[in-house]
Design a protein around this ligand. Sequence first.
Ligand code: MOS
Length: 746
Amino acid sequence: MATSETICGQPMDRVDGHLKVTGRATYAADVRLDKLAYAALVLSTVSSGRIKHIDSAPAEKSAGVLAVITHHNAARLHSQEQEKRPGVDPEVGEPLSPLQDAVIRYHGQPVATVISETFVQATYAASLVHVVYEDSSGINDFNAAAAKAKPPTPVKGGKPGKSADYQRGDSAAALAKADVRVDAKYSIAAEHHNPMELHATVASWDGARLTLYDKTQWVDNVQEQVALAFRLDKENVRVISPFVGGAFGAALRVWPHVLIAALAARHVKRPVKLVLTRSQNFTIPGYRPKYLQNVSLAATREGTLTAIEHEGIGQTSIYEEYTESLLDTTRQLYACPNVKTHYRLAAMNVNTPASMRGPGEVSGVFALESALDELAVALKVDPVELRLRNFAKEDPEYNLPWSSNSLQACYRQAAQRIGWDQRTPAPRSMSDGNQLIGYGMATATWPAKRLPASVRVQLKQDGSASIETAGSDIGPGTYTALTQIAADALGLAASQVTVVLGDTNLPTAPVQGGSMTIASIGSAVHEAATAMRNKVIKLAQEDPQSPLHRAVASDIEVKAGRLSLHKAPHTGESYAQLLQRHRQETLELTHSSKPGDETKKYAMRSFGAHFVEVRVDRDLGNVRVARVVSAFAAGRIINPKTAHSQAIGGIVGGIGMALLEHTRWDSRNGRIVNSNLADYHVPVHADIHPIEAFFIEETDMYSNPIGTKGLAELSIVGVAAAIANAVYHATGKRLRDLPITLESLL
Ligand code: MOS
């Protein structure tokens, strides 16, 4: 679809690039208002029990302090009425309603907030708040919690396997009579999203109206939940979030600090800014939970899968049951008749986990794709060949045809680009001086979904257009891609289109999550802009003064804002001329777009394949990911430049998961011991070597009107398995616990 005729498909620079690099893009914490006061949080230092006593007097007397809010004097929040948002809120349990009672549910829970004239005064005074706890030693040890893991509470309409056990065929019988079987246990450390931008909210009341400047992936959700908590009409809450400095899922939900900022501003009757510290970033928003997983595979001697059993035990809090699509891939990726999955939850005194890039799938696929590699070794079959032999020609869970599936092309082309045929299969068989060389691969996949979205289009008298919708841009290039989609549909140059995002005053839009933004909002922009073009064409057709009067619509084309006839490109007129003659300052329309019944007819997923070369030092055991080659089939790519950035970002996240990222709780007291960027390691520039990410040409005719499928989450899924498989190939050591560390290799 990428032709020189369309702006979609071109590697256009980011339209917001200049704003960002010159510091003119305004993030939540950048907002300055008159009489702005600053809040700082006090967090609990035990993981379970009650607050016995809070002495806030010393803090209240401290310089610049306006107020100290604790559960004794906080206004009541009506959070129990909050509606659960699918895909964002856990279906079972109640979110933490901050400063409402004396109960301590986890270490690092907000117990007070101090509001002062300055940030420094607030931070200092927060250190003076003295809290006495009745410590009832909570559940702080994951293994102990996992030993008592329970199935998630069944939810009405819950997806099989996410909230309920799943079975097709008879996996036990197939495992019992397997030619070859693999049984293995895998574990994954918890990880925290650490976007550069810290979570921040500025709250400002004007009577009963509240304005929030917030870091969020979903302004409409913040509006709705805050309105419910404060019993306000939704219209009286405005949420503004034009730029978000990374999120990866950390800003999908409404976390306690957002409510605290609003509480604080109302209490002191002044606007209040609350910016979390990096350390608070670990216990106010969520994180990717820890998992234990058991996988059993059975296959014939020829390498046909006959059974898969996959059990996952995931970490959750004591107040919410956090589940995610951990086991979905296992049921859908391979053509296997006998499959059983079951999910168990280990509840602990921790804050509730949350979606983190590729939520669920990224964790489940690590186990599944590691086990596939173990099976390939046991069968003495090439790992790529094993996957090709078990390719699912249709979706084996719902028995639906794929809307598109170029997975086989991903395997073949990425294998060729990395030089897979040079790989000698035996472990430790390749080296370069003191470095053991290993090649490994794994599959990537993510569901392609679409949600309803609304968009307003304005065509102005100068021929330019604006596109407005509440949706967010957390960094993937949404402003840019939507500009391209609108420009093509309107027949304008990209420079004539302005996209406005991130404000509840704009037409409603879904969460920027689940890799659904372009499919959802992009489709709405395409439809809205097409409707606007048709409206203008009609205006010309009905206008006796127009050169296009009574022209047949299919004969009319629009290019660079000029309407003309295909056959006679010189006869015509511009949007601007037409609107001026009609004395129309603007033409405006709002359009709502939603998916049809395609999900009932097709199974829709993006696919990909990661191939990596690792180099492991023979003596020191340090692992270097020397090269990554990844192929993605994600439907039509609107902007190959921003898509490429997004893909390599996901792969870097996968390298972090495989080798570095590890949130550690002290099992004695439930405290996170590495809640800072010195001790919580993310990959830095020196950890990253050549990454080649490329796209398989694919336009999905069924997923949505613009043929896209979604890329963000896809790009991280499978990376860690490919690295672990490569480490096995390099060293002969099968490492089933993430992150892979020096100790585990020595
Ligand atoms: Mo994504 S984890 O839905 O931001």
